[in-house]
Design a protein around this ligand. Structure first.
Ligand code: GLY
Length: 399
């Protein structure tokens, strides 16, 4: 058959317009994202110069700074480490060290389950990138010891929130807490003491047993009787309703069980991670740009706020999970994460120069039922976005 020049030309145009080859190469997208990130974080550093604390979000147009005790304090130093890793620029490393070391007191803070988030993001990345030596190792080990004090062997879990006067909870455990287990797994490897690992595995097993629904989604909070470990209640405090699927909670679980599979190779963790991924990826109310609404079950959808932080956490998790599954599934996870990263890299989500208070991602949602941090930047959205970009390039490899 003779193919005319005209037909070939039309085919070429079609391919150029509609095929994946027409998309900007990911390496270029990522390079632009890091250029934007260094520009934005320079703005942010200037804004907070001389002020104590860590930037968390924008509130009434001003950067909100939080103390070391806030669960998000480690993400700003963590993002500075990712900028140092991406650029190799000593300026970012100097700032990363400065802000990491400002979180030191968290290692003795028994009042929070989020010591893992706080220390792993700053000290953990710093140690991974060759900074701090014994001092960083000691800070992380002290933090792991502190975190393990919140473990109750009767429940088989670390307690998340402390008890508050007007809540009828006795031992609340939130799905988010899966993320803190990475510090414990590292601590056993670093110290040779199996206890931290035993605590982490018990917590993950208990979460697997009690937080998950048959469709792969999770409740946010499970409350236990601390004396016998029986489940007292299952609720979704930060979501639309107790039975709903709060998007970031699903993303924390996906990341947490993927990480615990990496650390233990327990097949049930991989199975759960795959179930969560399927729930999120195939959800009929996931928008076509793959950035979830803040809760999959908000009746206001499609007029509900998005949560770009959930998309960032999910893409980073999928980029790890693809290393543990068969090639066909790995391809799907990789393509999905890439789609999310392309969306987050577009002007719809990525801040323009100097906008967004210096943060990188727009349109995240913190705690909508409390009317707090709706459609704002959040420092953890930026952190997991930068991590996912590095993971896409084969960097930010776990310790
Ligand atoms: N870990 C708290 C949150 O995700 O909002």
């Amino acid at each position: 058959m003779k193919i005319s020049k005209h037909l070939l030309c039309s085919l070429g145009l079609l391919l150029a317009a509609g095929s994946p080859q027409a998309a900007e190469p990911m390496n270029d997208v990522i390079a632009k994202d890091f250029a934007a990130a260094t520009r934005q974080y320079s703005v942010l550093l200037d804004k907070i110069a001389g002020k104590p604390g860590f930037p968390r979000t924008l509130e009434k147009g001003e950067v909100k700074l939080v103390s070391t005790r806030d669960w998000t304090s480690g993400f700003f130093p963590g993002s500075l480490w990712y900028l140092a890793e991406a650029t190799g620029d000593a300026r970012w490393r100097t700032q990363a060290i400065r802000y990491t070391e400002a979180t030191a007191s968290a290692k003795f803070d028994k009042s929070t389950h989020d010591v893992g988030f706080i220390l792993n993001s700053g000290y953990g990345n710093g140690l991974r990138l060759g900074a701090g030596g014994a001092a960083y190792r000691d800070a992380l080990l002290a933090g792991a010891t502190t975190l393990a004090t919140r473990f109750n062997p009767k429940v088989g879990s670390i307690q998340s929130w402390n008890l508050r006067p007007n809540q009828n909870w006795q031992f609340p455990v939130i799905v988010d807490n899966m993320m803190n287990l990475e510090l414990l797994m590292w601590a056993s490897r670093a110290s040779g003491d199996p206890y931290y690992r035993e605590v982490a595995i018990a917590h993950a097993d208990t979460t697997l047993r009690n937080h998950y629904r048959p469709d792969g989604s999770s409740w946010h909070v499970v409350d236990y009787d601390p004396l016998d470990g029986k489940v007292r209640a299952r609720v979704t405090h930060q979501g639309n309703a107790d039975g709903s699927a709060w998007a970031r909670g699903q993303a924390w679980g996906l990341y947490g069980f993927t990480m615990m599979y990496r650390e233990t190779r327990k097949p049930e963790y991989l199975q759960q991670a795959k179930a969560i991924a399927a729930f999120m990826m195939q959800h009929p109310r996931l928008p076509s740009d793959k950035v979830p609404y803040w809760d999959f079950d908000d009746p206001a959808i499609p007029n509900a706020p998005r949560d770009s932080s959930a998309a960032a956490i999910m893409s980073s998790a999928l980029l790890e999970l693809r290393g543990f599954v068969d090639p066909a599934l790995a391809q799907r996870y990789g393509a999905f994460a890439e789609q999310q990263l392309r969306s987050l890299s577009s002007p719809a989500y990525l801040a323009g120069a100097g906008e967004n208070g210096g943060f990188l991602l727009k349109h995240a949602t913190g705690h909508k039922p409390a009317g707090s941090e709706v459609d704002v930047p959040l420092n953890y959205g930026d952190y997991y976005f930068l991590e996912a970009l590095l993971r896409y390039k084969g960097l930010a490899r776990p310790m």
